[in-house]
Design a protein around this ligand. Structure first.
Ligand code: T3D
Length: 261
């Protein structure tokens, strides 16, 4: 059987590909375990200074595999602990890694599949992409961070509408709502996402990690606390060779080269 999650690192960019195209990349237990391992690997990989998450075939990810889920329900296993064992660590690793993550959404992203995209830092979508919260259509509530991410992306009122009505959102509307940062023709998705990730991989990695940490902190703290967190993170950035070299390059009217440290 083909590997359900692929991992490749080229020129500083780690690409993670959900690879069960015949099943719309719906997540089985084996695939979730592989995804968790792969996202954690990308976070720890010193060769990877930016990450792309994408799907093989016509879907990005249809969320939980509902055939496997129905079997679990029939066996009285219910959710079988998968939210805590798989979804939560995957989302924490994607959102929390100290390097930028680009979702390249090639097709439909539904349920936890949409949550994965929303946990990334930048989302590039194919014109063929669509987003569906999906959860309430099968009597479930949002998981994999969607209650947290979605309202930060689109505001509480729109998030409530998207979660309660669960109508699919096509790529142009997703762009207008701020769910994605750009929409490109289907055949330009892979090159556009890799180009964006390469640009980030050639940037000041420590500062990028600090951007994510500062935004996360400020999302749940008051101004005084956020100012203090910024000060700590700036201390960290000030010690990097990238900051020293880029400051010098600026004064010499040269383009800086960032080493990621
Ligand atoms: O218990 C727990 O694990 C809790 C965790 C929950 C996390 C979650 O993600 S819950 C949400 C699960 N996902 C969904 O509810 C989405 C279900 N799928 C859809 O709504 C639609 O299929 C799509 C919007 C994704 C795509 O629609 P469309 O019209 O492009 O395709 P389709 O015809 O509906 O589906 C094509 C095939 O894929 C079809 O199979 P078939 O008829 O060709 O044999 C369909 O059954 C299958 N498929 C799509 N999504 C799933 C799936 N099979 C299993 N699991 C799926 N999630």
């Amino acid at each position: 059987e083909a590997e359900t999650v692929l991992y490749d690192v080229t020129e500083g960019v780690a690409t993670i590909t959900l690879n069960r195209p015949q099943g719309m990349n719906a997540l089985t237990a084996g695939m979730k375990a592989a995804l968790r391992e792969t996202v954690e690997r990308a976070a720890a990989d010193g060769e990877a200074r930016a990450v792309v998450l994408t799907g093989a075939g016509r879907a990005f990810c249809a969320g939980q595999d509902l055939r496997e889920h129905a079997d679990n329900l029939a066996a009285g296993k219910g959710l079988d602990g998968t939210v805590r064992e798989h979804y939560n660590p995957i989302v924490l690793a994607l959102a929390g890694m100290a390097k930028p993550v680009v979702a390249a959404v090639n097709g439909v992203a539904a349920g936890a599949g949409a949550s994965l995209a929303y946990a990334c830092d930048l989302v590039v979508a194919s014109e063929k992409a669509s987003f569906a919260t999906a959860f309430t259509r099968i009597g479930l509530a949002p998981d994999s961070g969607m209650s947290w991410t979605l309202q930060r992306l689109v505001g509480r009122a729109k998030a409530a509408e998207l979660l309660l009505l669960a109508e699919p959102v096509k790529a142009p509307e997703a762009l207008a709502l701020g769910l994605v940062s750009r929409v490109v023709p289907a055949d330009e998705l892979a090159p556009a996402s890799v180009e964006l990730a390469r640009r980030l991989a050639a940037g000041p990695t420590v500062a990028y990690g600090a951007v994510k940490a500062a935004l996360d902190h400020a999302a749940t703290h008051d101004l005084a606390s956020s100012l203090e967190r910024e000060a700590e993170l700036q201390d960290l950035c000030e010690k990097t060779a990238d900051h020293h070299n880029a400051t010098e390059a600026f004064l010499n009217k040269e383009q800086p080269t960032f080493q990621g440290r």
